[in-house]
Ligand binder design. Structure first.
Ligand code: CTP
Length: 403
């Protein structure tokens, strides 16, 4: 519930603005107080009348309006909010936020606000994937701005791709996650790896594995739910970004390591990714053609960096708690103990991935938690339950006073 929480909703100019009207209604149903600012673009897509009818508040529009300034003032607007939500967030407003522009009421309030900010980007996929937008978003995330979406799907221009604004329910979940940030892991930074890695053979082919990323994504969501500032470094998956989590998408093991090192320092790291142990030593720059000669090409492999072992190395950047997974098909606990010692991590969550267990790609998992104290076997649980149990155990360990 969001009883009495003051949400300042900035609606910028995208077709998805109509969904923000539904968001206002959902927020009010949950007890939030919603005040809205329409950017100049936003006012082209939804009317101040609809916004004020749904929010039961005046809709703010114009920085230079004498009545708006005398009644409320942009500084009060920015200060009287527990959370600022920008939905839809266009490429334009993200760029302005990244560079600190204050050219109208919406951007001025964003610059003046000390409240946490959540953005729901919405734009054409080419605009979202443009390096300028990705850089702006990255910059904002490093500053602590939270993001929900964008999603894959049909876009306004009869095109398919990534750029759809998250659905109102997803934005709502991200807003609720933000308010749970007063939770037991509040103020603590967490890093999670998830999914497979793709190791290029040539520009069109790669080596990969069957990991779905479900367990890693669920762990990131569970840590964020307890209030941890969570970074998820994920290989390619079909999953939506967990609400309230900063997601960095990478392809190869080496990129995953770089992204993880950038996320340091963190208090806890959970390596749930199924990282490819090997990559092609020299990936071809051009597509390998089958008519190149009589013999099938052979691939020379090189070992990938071990991210879990790297993060576990002693030093002042080592997280206080490093957790790894062990996928085993036999002697699960014995092998997990060996792996824990070999990698130097604190905990190993060992799971049986033998054929028939349905663990890989499935929704359930049977975990043996191997720590310095011994082994604890958990009942078979859904992956999101495993994630919550692990997040609770992390909270008990890192925040014992609050346990
Ligand atoms: N891991 C990693 N980087 C790698 C390989 C693995 O971070 N290059 C992490 C995984 O995220 C997981 C753990 O190490 O937490 C799994 O270790 P790994 O040695 O790959 O074990 P298995 O996949 O179980 O394979 P094997 O038994 O063949 O060693």
């Amino acid at each position: 519930m969001l009883d009495g929480k003051r949400i300042l909703l900035v609606i910028s100019g995208g077709i998805a603005a109509y969904k923000s009207l539904i968001l206002i209604r959902r927020l009010r149903e949950r007890g939030a107080k919603v005040r809205c600012i329409l950017s100049k673009g936003g006012a082209q897509f939804v009317t101040p009348l609809s916004v004020s009818a749904l929010s039961h508040e005046k809709a703010y529009l114009d920085q230079f309006s004498l009545t708006d300034e005398s009644e409320m003032g942009h500084l009060r607007l920015s200060q009287e909010a527990d959370l600022v939500v920008v939905a839809p967030a266009t490429a334009d407003i993200l760029a302005k936020m990244a560079h600190g522009l204050a050219d109208e009421l919406a951007t001025t309030v964003l610059l003046a606000s000390a409240a946490p900010i959540l953005v729901a980007p919405a734009m054409n996929h080419r605009m979202w994937l443009h390096p300028a937008t990705l850089e702006n978003m990255h910059k904002l995330e490093l500053r602590g701005v939270k993001r929900v979406g964008p999603n894959q799907g049909p876009l306004a221009e009869d095109e398919m791709g990534i750029g759809r604004m998250a659905e109102p329910e997803e934005i709502l979940a991200a807003i609720e996650a933000q308010f749970r940030a007063g939770g037991r892991l509040a103020g603590l930074r967490a890093l999670v790896t998830s999914g497979p890695t793709h190791e290029a053979i040539d520009p069109v082919r790669y080596i990969a594995n069957r990991s779905s990323g479900k367990q890693g994504h669920a762990i990131a969501a569970a840590l964020a739910e307890l209030g941890a500032e969570t970074v998820l470094v994920s290989g390619p998956t079909a999953l939506a970004d967990p609400p309230g989590v900063s997601v960095f998408r990478i392809e190869s093991a080496r990129d995953m390591l770089t992204a993880c090192e950038r996320a340091l320092p963190v208090e806890v790291a959970v390596c749930a990714a199924a990282v490819a142990d090997w990559r092609v030593a020299a990936a071809a720059d051009q597509k390998i053609k089958k008519n190149g000669g009589p013999d099938a090409p052979s691939l020379t492999l090189a070992e990938n960096p071990d991210i879990l072992a790297t993060l576990s190395q002693p030093g002042n950047r080592r997280p206080r708690l490093v957790v790894g997974f062990a996928a085993e098909t036999e002697n699960v606990v014995v092998n997990a103990r060996v792996k824990r010692a070999k990698k130097g991590c604190d905990w190993i969550l060992a799971n049986d991935v033998a054929p028939g267990t349905g663990t890989f790609g499935g929704d359930r998992n049977t975990i043996h938690l191997v720590t310095e104290k011994g082994v604890e076997t958990w009942p078979t649980l859904a992956k999101d339950q495993v994630a919550r149990k692990l997040a609770e155990r992390i909270a008990e360990t890192l925040r014992p006073a609050a346990a």
